[in-house]
Ligand binder design. Structure first.
Ligand code: SF4
Length: 351
């Protein structure tokens, strides 16, 4: 038990850290609440900024997991600590019954990730009401299916709108923070739609564009100059559905100051990050604090961003806030190195 580690969360951060920790000779068990590992990345087709296949990154990370014990479909129901050891109780859901199990570990890594904002909460955009309003994640499902992007009526969309900041930077839904990666996702998806249907018109409705990382700005220029994507500065106020299934949207172009009414065949909502359901319960078991945005606070965001403040408990990835795939991998590696150092520094390691 002296060198055993439990990782809670089997997305990109949890899997990356697991791969590093088994390389360090530690005994790693990864607990995932879904029936599959991979998290949101498993749903994504291609990644920004170079539009490489998400599956390549997933395969790379999964290749390091041979020695990791992976338990899926499991919910953490309790965590207790005695000296250097943790006991984690879990429930595995089966159709007919639930099975309770216990795990022991000398250190914990929390990598519970994020959820996507529930688009139905922005009722004025009509997700779940109008057939041709979908989310950016729904669009990735359709890209991945390889069947093309069609309206619910089976037509190639001639006009497509992408709406930025859905559930982020929005006082009405209580999320003041920026989700950081949805601007570049919107630009990437606009280009992919134009690649698929060059004759279609694609419009991005944005508040301001946050192209924060290397090559993102170039992607934005490519969208405009090579593909003719239009960018309209303004937040959508409401949507309605025409009898033919197309969507009428209303906004104000805040650069010209003029109201704008437009019809599109398909409307894509770029939903932001929210704290994952279940993270707050786990934080409660360990006495960890969250910020006003609901994401978990580290011991020190500059100098100890992978420490939770509780000895033996470490943090990796998007449970601390919006983050890109590349950042999640780097953060998970940093967390794994710190955790391995902690184990080596405890006397339990030498048992
Ligand atoms: S990254 Fe862009 S779309 Fe996402 S919340 Fe920030 S400003 Fe809005």
């Amino acid at each position: 038990m002296g060198n055993s580690v439990i990782i809670i969360g089997g997305g990109i951060s949890g899997m990356t850290a697991a791969g590093i920790l088994v390389q360090q000779g530690l005994d790693v068990t990864l607990l995932e609440k879904e029936n599959e590992t991979g998290g949101h990345l498993a749903r994504w087709d291609r990644l920004f900024p170079d539009r490489r296949k998400a599956s390549e990154v997933l395969d790379f990370v999964k290749a390091g997991l041979n020695q990791v014990k992976i338990v899926t479909g499991v919910t953490v129901t309790g965590i207790s600590k005695h000296d250097y050891d943790f006991t984690i109780t879990t429930r595995i859901q089966h159709p007919a019954s639930s099975i309770h199990s216990q795990f022991s570990a000398s250190a914990l890594l929390l990598a519970t990730g994020f959820d996507l904002f529930e688009a139905r909460k922005k009722e004025e955009y009509g997700y779940g009401i109008y057939n041709n309003v979908i989310t950016s994640a729904d669009l990735e499902d359709q890209f991945k299916s390889g069947k093309g992007i069609l309206t619910r009526e089976g037509k190639i969309p001639g006009r497509i709108g992408l709406v930025h900041c859905v559930g982020s930077r929005d006082e009405k839904v209580g999320n003041l923070y920026c989700s950081k990666v949805c601007c570049v996702t919107g630009v990437k998806q606009a280009i992919e739609l134009k690649e698929m249907y060059p004759a279609s018109e694609v419009f991005n409705f944005y508040m301001d564009l946050r192209m924060f990382d290397r090559h993102f700005e170039e992607l934005y220029y490519e969208a405009q100059q090579k593909w003719g994507v239009s960018f309209i500065r303004g937040r959508l106020s409401e949507c309605a559905e025409n009898p033919d299934g197309s969507i009428i949207l209303k906004t104000e172009d805040t650069l010209t100051g003029k109201p704008l009414k437009m019809t599109v065949d398909l409307l894509i909502l770029l939903t932001g990050f929210v704290p994952a359901i279940g993270t707050s319960a786990i934080c409660g078991m360990l006495g960890l604090k969250s910020g006003t945005d609901g994401f978990v606070n580290s011991a020190d965001s500059h100098t100890s961003n992978n420490s939770s403040g509780v000895p033996g408990v470490f943090l990796a990835g998007a449970l601390k806030g919006p983050i890109s795939i590349g950042e999640a991998i780097a953060d998970a590696r940093a967390a794994a190195v710190q955790l391995a150092g902690y184990i080596k520094s405890t006397t339990a390691y030498n048992d």
